[in-house]
Ligand binder design. Sequence first.
Ligand code: AMP
Ligand code: MG
Length: 479
Amino acid sequence: MNKTLELEHTYLELPSDLYSFLDESTYKHAELVRLNRELASELNVSPEYLTSDDGIRFLTGQTAHAPLFAQAYAGHQYGYFTMLGDGRAMVLGERVVGDRRYDLQLKGSGKTPYSRRGDGKATMESVLREYLISAAMHHLGVPTTRSLAVLKTGERVLREDIHDGAILVRVAQSHIRIGTFEYARGRGDLDLLRQLADYTIQRHVPALMEDNDKYLALFREVVRRQAELIAKWQSLGFVHGVMNTDNMLLSGETIDYGPCAFLDAYAPKTSFSSIDRNGRYAYFRQPFIASWNLSRLAGALVPLIHESETLAVQLLNKELELFATYYQTAYDRRMAYKIGIVEPSVTSRQLIEDLLELMEATNADFTNTFRHLTNGTTSALAFADSQAGRTWIKTWQHHLSTQTGHYDPTQLMRQHNPAIIPRNQLVDAVVKEAAKGDMKRFDALYDLLKTPYDHNRIYDMQYLEPLRPGESFVTYCGT
Ligand code: AMP
Ligand code: MG
């Protein structure tokens, strides 16, 4: 284990248009609130260092490890183009472990040249929420940015109320967003765009460097990763809530846990975010939005693809059209696993379609429905007593009995249907308690979310219960 932290800064080899250097922070009374020790080990960093005074200085951007910087980017927010950039984030550098490279970034570390009217800060509640949900997503098997640590800055942050200020130490394969490419394209500097694209290929899909059509191949790979990602979200009932193009990473990891939430009852039009009034980012729209966001990336890449704009657009469109196929294939596969079928077929697709229809009609809880199917507790299903429900169960069981091949459907379902997800109302409650200093229930939930596919564990009902019918849940963009 290394005692100190060696970081690289390859992003700074790119033209300086793409970032701004930042001064060291000055948090005299910062405290470490939580450290993800497993992640520290994965990063080959000793927890002893990170919990020492030097480590805490490092984790709050008061470091001799300069240079520190904020990244420039733009983005389409709710459909409209805006100039953005890290308004409250600071990149410490890149940690290289074997052939992997991770950005270490602080969120909530103070103002930057891109802060606009923001204060550059983050509240303890929002940071604890991201710490919890990003860990849950990771353990659910969804590609995601991860959270190394939560620190209390000792400052106060003014929102509707006064909050404790906090820093989240975020780890990502990179922070290159669709919005980063929109920004580079917007600069009107072809060389800048090309350098960013080369850097991205080198960092995420180095094998493509030799490809004759490497930029088109990069786009294809990003399309594929996004399709796989969104299929995973859908199969778990995850609603991101703010799929602006600045919140979509080319690495294919989920980023930015603001107003996200998980479905309780299966209602595809659900959107939880208080500011998403038109339901732009509702559950059922997520694949379409991802595809739309990718069309923004395509737009940014046009000049790199072909001298003829018409031809470039045609070539990119052909790749973009593949999103629907990649997505449908990934979704069908994941949903088939959820009902114990290893190879998707016309029948499995029909079974899923009918099941979702039944779930919607009976307000069935998304996670618990699949949990009951996994555990064989079909009498507990919301639609168990209806004629249509009984018919579905019979047809499904019959179909399972016809499945040949050497696999165990129950095992397959156990691997793909979580016993536990972060229930929205519980997350809210434990995060509020934790922000006030009582970490007991927060830690208990965090611990349970590390093994979401453990169906042998006995869970307290509070972890499994959805909202009751009539109750609703809204997320506020608490930042
Ligand atoms: P988000 O909705 O979290 O993706 O943020 C959108 C943009 O607003 C990003 O450029 C953020 O850096 C910026 N931002 C959000 N909150 C703050 C804040 N408190 N201070 C400065 N910038 C912020
Ligand atoms: Mg963001």
